[in-house]
Ligand binder design. Structure first.
Ligand SMILES: [Zn+2]
Length: 362
């Protein structure tokens, strides 16, 4: 069994904290022990030995930066004041992945086509693998680096295969904390994405924007890291989560939803002071189960951990220590009665099916 994770902010960590994903999480934690990094973001969850140990074969690796109005502290480096600065930061993220692949081609490979996906998956057999490679599917989280929709084609040529127009709100569409509809610029952006065959990531667009996009976007749709709104009544950001209508809409379009392992998005109103002990993997399964019941299928659920995306060890469910432990989801689903074929689909198969529909042959 292989795991595919729909959301990891690898470049953001490298550029913000100087983290090296080649190190184990234990090495990164030891190096950061006397620094302020764990205070700002928590203890690291991602590292090469842990991806291998957990048989995480493919991740959707983000290009991400935030508008300066959302800056949470002086330590945050990936913030922009205008689209020009946004472009520079997203280019730096792209360059980070290119260098990672260039310098460590024995460990990382960009996945831009079905052929490259097949190559990556082949490195994971036999079990244990001799020289596995982690496949990186580039996901642009937030579209503000794009000043004109015609630039989408350039990003596609650079390897970006998935684009989420909003993180917080911007000129294309509303997002977390900043609601709003899909604008005329947003419609144009979506048309440019459809023209080049990019997938549309709905996380974290607002309900209104998501419904408009569901009605209009002809290409592949997904939610890389989102949870179920109906199970999060105490959440301070209800607009960040998926309503029943949007879940049904995604399923009707054969979309896949990556469910996060982030405690405040598993239990509404959870705070770090509440401790991790009360948040179990079974709560993640409850979100998965809700979507299964609503859509009548296990084909629309996957993992979108968001590990190290501004969250660390203290904000993930009890019993998990790193990305290696994503495999424990399998046992938790089995305990709820999920068949092995469904477990395999949820842990990796559903994302792989979506990638087969999305990626060009070569
Ligand atoms: Zn992210």
């Amino acid at each position: 069994m292989l795991i595919v994770d729909g959301h990891e902010d690898i470049a953001w960590n490298m550029l913000t904290f100087g983290r090296d994903p080649n190190r184990s999480v234990a090495e990164t934690r030891a190096l950061e022990q006397d620094s302020e990094i764990p205070v700002h973001t928590g203890h690291a969850l991602l590292g090469w030995p842990q991806w291998v140990e957990g048989r995480v074969a493919v991740v959707f690796a983000t290009l991400f930066a935030a508008p300066i109005r959302r800056k949470v502290g002086p330590w945050e480096k990936m913030c922009y004041r205008d689209p020009g600065e946004a472009r520079a930061l997203y280019l730096a993220s792209l360059d980070t992945y290119k260098r990672l692949v260039e310098h460590h081609g024995d460990r990382y490979q960009l996945v831009r086509s079905r052929q490259e996906l097949t190559e990556v998956l082949a490195t994971w057999s036999p079990d244990p693998p001799e020289s596995p490679r982690l496949g990186l599917v580039l996901l642009m989280e937030g579209g503000e680096a794009i000043q004109d929709p015609s630039e989408v084609e350039w990003w596609q040529a650079q390897g970006v295969r998935i684009l989420g127009p909003a993180w917080t709100g911007n000129r294309f569409v509303g997002g977390t904390h900043e609601p709003g509809p899909l604008t005329a610029d947003g419609q144009q952006l979506l048309r440019a994405m459809a023209d080049v065959g990019m997938a549309l990531d709905r996380s974290p667009m607002t309900e209104q924007g998501q419904r408009q996009a569901l009605d209009t976007y002809p290409g592949v749709v997904l939610a890389s890291h989102s949870n179920v709104q109906s199970l999060l009544s105490g959440s301070p950001t209800p607009e960040r989560h998926l309503s029943d209508n949007v879940i049904r809409g995604l399923a009707a379009r054969d979309g896949v939803i990556g469910l996060m392992l982030y405690n405040p998005f598993l239990v509404g109103g959870w705070k770090p002071a509440d401790g991790r002990h009360g948040v179990t993997l079974d709560l993640w399964c409850a979100h998965a189960d809700y979507i299964c019941q609503l859509t009548g299928s296990a084909r629309h659920i996957a993992v979108g951990s968001d590990f190290d995306g501004g969250l660390g060890l203290h904000k993930i469910p009890a019993g998990l220590d790193s990305v290696a432990d994503l495999r424990l989801i399998g046992g938790a689903l089995a305990a709820r009665g999920y068949a092995p074929t469904d477990v395999e689909a949820i842990l990796g198969g559903n994302w792989l099916s979506l990638l087969h529909r999305l990626l060009p042959e070569i």
